[in-house]
Write a protein that binds this ligand. Structure first.
Ligand code: MG
Ligand code: MG
Length: 262
């Protein structure tokens, strides 16, 4: 019964979760420094694991549901849950890197989609709009709103640009488990769903496709791909509701700083 209800976090738990999130943020910053054409997903995965262990934390995904890796790396038409391979990235690819941490009993979990060299303008636009969707969803995460307001904001913005909003995979509550209640879909109805309360901690993670919203799972039983093979973008933050408002526990600052030096 308890598993089905939302576990609200205390201020001190939120502080631990902030550190768990920042360990992921710094890991993704290191990924940003290294990622380019010719680098392999497996190289990044090993680097990420070493860094997380050096922070007195553990990889958050490895071992969950049988996940073999620290990072989930999804290239181009892959939406999420791509297992790291030794196939080097190529110029023009887009690469979603999703990373989890486990620190002092709590999970961090967020993701960023990187561009490898020059990316087609239409794909660049998809990344930009997906990131905007994430922040629009975060803006709605406040006391006085309901869960449906988050998905509504994300869906409206994505569909305004003609993109497909993935429905089969969604964001989630986060805490002592990687996936907790509530479900955080990237679609929804304004004013519907549970009331948002202080102490809520969620992972908001729009997965937005250039074409159809339909997805398929590949034969490895992990990688989720778009049904029409068109590119997909994914950005994720960890958000707590504190004093009635959204506080982003994770940050893309380390990533942006690394990318600005490239
Ligand atoms: Mg994630
Ligand atoms: Mg997540």
């Amino acid at each position: 019964m308890f598993k089905d209800s939302i576990i609200y976090k205390t201020p001190s738990e939120i502080e631990i979760m902030r550190e768990a999130a920042l360990i992921v943020s710094r890991t993704l910053g290191k990924v940003a420094q290294e990622i380019k054409a010719g680098i392999t997903p497996l190289y990044l995965d090993q680097m990420a694991e070493e860094y997380i262990l050096s922070q007195k934390a553990k990889p958050g995904f490895k071992g969950q549901y049988g996940c073999p890796s620290t990072l989930l790396i999804s290239v181009n038409e892959q939406v999420v849950h791509g297992l790291p391979t030794n196939k080097p990235f190529e110029e023009g690819d887009i690469v979603s890197v999703d990373c989890g941490s486990y620190f002092e009993g709590f999970y961090g979990d967020h993701a960023y989609t990187f561009e490898i060299g020059d990316v087609k303008p239409e794909v660049k636009k998809l990344l930009q709009v997906t990131k905007e969707c994430l922040y629009l969803g975060i803006e709605q995460t406040r006391v006085g709103n309901r869960m449906g307001d988050i998905g509504f904001a994300i869906q409206q913005h994505a569909e305004k640009h003609g993109y497909g909003v993935v429905k089969d995979l969604i964001g989630h509550g986060l805490g002592r488990s990687l996936h907790e209640k509530p479900e955080v879909p990237n679609y929804g109805l304004r004013g519907h769903g549970k009331k948002i309360q202080n102490g809520l901690v969620i992972a908001i993670e729009p997965m937005i496709n250039l074409g159809t919203d339909k997805v398929i799972t590949l034969k490895d039983n992990w990688t989720v791909s778009t049904a029409d093979n068109k590119p997909s973008a994914h950005f994720e933050h960890n958000v707590a509701v504190v004093n009635g408002k959204a506080e982003i526990l994770s940050t893309f600052e380390y990533i942006e700083e690394a990318l600005s030096k490239k």
